[in-house]
Design a protein around this ligand. Structure first.
Ligand code: ATP
Ligand code: MG
Length: 224
């Protein structure tokens, strides 16, 4: 993973969501924390190019996000509300959907769908209706759909939001086991407590860029 922010900032009209930042992110696991409205999601959207910087530039694996028409293929994104990103009603079809238009045969697509489902022991979800899944099952289904496309970097925006303890542990274990590079945005501080690098946002500014324990301690001071 090679993410570079070069004086990159993002504003919505007069509202500055992310102040210009210069950063190089190469860690396998990166955590992002901070209060509501501090700029975390906007920062993450700048990584996959859904939000173009309004000043400066962002380079992801050498690609300038301003030149990409859509979200970068190298970056998979699981949104804060994953129900909004499941497109087709049946889980298997939704996973296959992301693989279409890549010149793969039907049999190859089916094989890849099976492979990603078995990677998460989620075969039982294949024929389920996405809107009937529990929150944790939906997280796993969304993860399968995104990872099937082979992104180098995976961004998870509050992946344990609304999950019970069992599904939370499932998602945490899943994150720990991923080979892909992972950027985790979370209010669940335990989830990122082992990360070597955590960015703390505060009012659109970087208030800490440190190992988890140090960033969390600073966050507790700011939130008090
Ligand atoms: N589409 C938008 N239009 C206008 N302002 C926006 C838009 N998206 C975000 N903002 C503003 O930018 C700021 C940062 O929002 P962002 O969603 O990045 O926060 P966040 O840290 O992810 O918060 P949360 O923890 O609540 O998810 C907020 O003030 C928000 O109101
Ligand atoms: Mg957010």
């Amino acid at each position: 993973m090679d993410i570079r922010f070069e004086s990159a900032g993002a504003s919505f009209g007069a509202r500055v969501a992310v102040e210009p930042l210069t950063l190089s992110l190469t860690e396998h696991r990166l955590g992002i924390i901070g209060l509501n409205g501090s700029g975390k999601t906007t920062f993450a959207r700048m990584i996959n190019g859904l939000m173009k910087p309004t000043t400066g530039k962002v380079l992801v694996n050498g690609k300038d996000t301003r030149e990409a028409k859509a979200a970068l293929a190298d970056v998979g994104f699981i949104f804060q509300s994953p129900q909004n990103q499941i497109i087709l009603p049946i889980v298997r079809d939704d996973i296959a959907f992301g693989l279409k238009g890549r010149g793969l045969s039907k049999a190859e697509i089916e094989r890849q769908v099976e492979r990603v489902l078995s990677r998460f022991n989620a075969e039982a979800l294949a024929d389920r209706r996405a809107h009937e899944l529990s929150g944790g099952e939906l997280q796993i289904a969304a993860l399968c759909s995104v990872l099937a496309t082979g992104p180098d970097i995976l961004i998870l925006d509050e992946p344990t939001n609304q999950l019970d303890l069992r599904n939370r542990v499932l998602v945490q274990k899943t994150i720990e086991g991923l080979e892909e590079n992972v950027v985790v945005i979370t209010h669940d501080l335990e989830l990122i407590s082992g990360f070597e690098r955590v960015l703390l946002f505060h009012d659109g500014k970087l208030a800490a860029d440190a190992p988890a324990a140090e960033a969390i301690a600073r966050y507790r001071e700011l939130a008090a």
